[in-house]
Design a protein around this ligand. Structure first.
Ligand SMILES: *Cc1c(COP(=O)(O)O)cnc(C)c1O
Length: 430
């Protein structure tokens, strides 16, 4: 296939490492060249060759209302006309903070930042300061952005490329991170008993190793054990926030973490993140306390406008939005799983609301070790075949797919059809 996308990719590779600004975009795990996107509308993306794709990665999570959703576009345009940035306080920051607080009662106070990476990095700093401890616990296959101490046994691209962590991270930084298997309460008990731990950071529903739900009682155990040992519990809801429920995984499972990180949907597609939680912890931040954290573009007016339009819409249409997402997600997840069955391609389908993964794996996927047993060769062949049929899935076995409110029953039917054909060609070994 040669077309405009390919020549754009060739040009980009000359000036941008790998031609991409985030590694998984390069399609290395699935082969083929990544389409270059020209525009999006609703559930669709169009590439530089004019090909239309049904989008199941939604900019890796943010586009829950679909692309170029008119109320979001309008909010951004109006804000842009008043200037893109001030570096001074605006009413919009308080407006979005109040919307977030109403949805996440555990977040008494919060700070806005410009990415999920900044949110988790800052949450960990304040957790260390508050507890006066330095070790942190994370889980294998969870991704919390690309800060030094969080790349240990990380998910997303780190898992996709099979690298143990990252070059350039000093051993001293990695040494302060304990990486434990997800869904294993005994491992957490041992770690908390043996070491003085500042915090546990967790994706309450793992998305960055593919979708892996928490086992019943697991999050409750994390809550109880951290409280018992004086460690803080951080829910990294950058992906799950406003996705698995309006109030995130903490609403869905009824857990109150000490700190929460948000991003993705929060900014409605603009660069935005937030970290927040108990007021006594958050008041450690400068200018009130000794923990330094700052950002030139933090609380950026365009990001706040897109966030308010997105979160505000989700709140106003909450019941209808999440019911629709559940129905569409169940239909595509189950429909594709059934097509795999019919073709004799063993799949394990994990789904929590509008977040799901088809693992090319006949065994249950409950942690990174079991996810890693998946047949990534089959996944790659499936991804290529279904992309050629106009369906764009996240280009890695270790990434979750997302549904938006813009998807239609017809899109789902077309996706299941395309999947059927892809499975048949895999089963025939070509
Ligand atoms: C995407 C993601 C991040 C990182 O967010 P960026 O905006 O890419 O820095 C952190 N945590 C989780 C759970 C994520 O899914």
């Amino acid at each position: 296939m040669t077309g405009r996308s390919d020549s754009l990719f060739a040009r980009a590779r000359e000036v941008i490492p790998g031609g991409v600004n985030s590694p998984v975009r390069a399609f290395r795990a699935v082969g083929g060249e990544p389409p270059f996107v020209v525009r999006g509308e609703g559930a669709y993306l169009w590439d530089a060759d004019g090909t239309r794709f049904i989008d199941y990665f939604g900019s890796w999570g943010p586009m829950i209302l679909g692309h170029a959703f008119p109320p979001v576009v309008e909010a951004i345009q109006q804000a842009a006309a008043r200037s893109a940035s001030f570096g001074a306080s605006t009413q919009a920051e308080g407006d979005l903070a109040e919307l977030v607080q109403a949805a996440y009662p555990s977040i008494e106070k919060m700070r806005f930042v410009s990415s999920g990476t900044e949110a988790t990095m800052s949450a960990i700093r304040v957790a260390r300061a508050f507890t006066n401890r330095k070790y942190i616990v994370k889980f294998e296959g969870c991704y919390h952005g690309h800060a030094d101490g969080l790349l240990v046994k990380a998910g997303s691209g780190v898992a996709t490329f099979g690298i143990p962590g990252s070059a350039g991270v000093p051993e001293e930084a990695a040494h302060l991170t304990l990486a434990l298997p997800f869904n294993d309460v005994a491992a957490v008990e041992t770690a908390l008993a043996g070491q003085s731990i500042a915090c546990i950071i967790v994706e309450p529903v793992v998305g960055n190793a593919g979708c892996i739900p928490p086992a019943p009682g697991y999050l409750e155990a994390l809550r109880a054990l951290t409280a018992k040992h004086g460690a803080l519990l951080i829910f990294d809801e950058v992906m799950t926030g406003f996705r698995v429920a309006f109030g995130g995984a903490q609403e869905l499972y009824g857990i109150c973490p000490d700190l929460t990180t948000l991003g993705k949907i929060l900014g409605g597609g603009l660069p935005c993140g937030a970290f927040g939680g108990r007021a006594d912890i958050m008041d450690q931040l400068a200018p009130l306390g000794p923990v330094y954290q700052a950002g030139t573009l933090s609380g950026n007016p365009l990001a706040m406008a897109a966030g308010i339009a997105t979160v505000g819409y989700l709140r106003e249409h909450r019941a209808a939005v999440y019911a629709k997402l559940e129905k569409l997600s169940a239909a595509v997840a189950d429909g594709v799983a059934a097509a795999g069955d019919r073709a004799g391609v063993p799949l394990t389908t994990n789904r929590v609301g509008a977040m799901f993964t088809w693992f090319f794996n006949s065994a249950p996927v409950t942690d990174f070790a079991t996810a890693a047993q998946s047949d990534t060769g089959h996944f790659a062949a499936f991804h290529q075949a279904i992309l050629n049929a106009g369906v764009w899935l996240p280009p890695s076995q270790f990434e979750a797919a997302f549904m938006s409110t813009a998807h239609t029953d017809e899109d789902i039917a077309q996706t299941i059809d395309a999947a059927s054909q892809a499975f048949t060609s895999i089963a025939q070994g070509n």
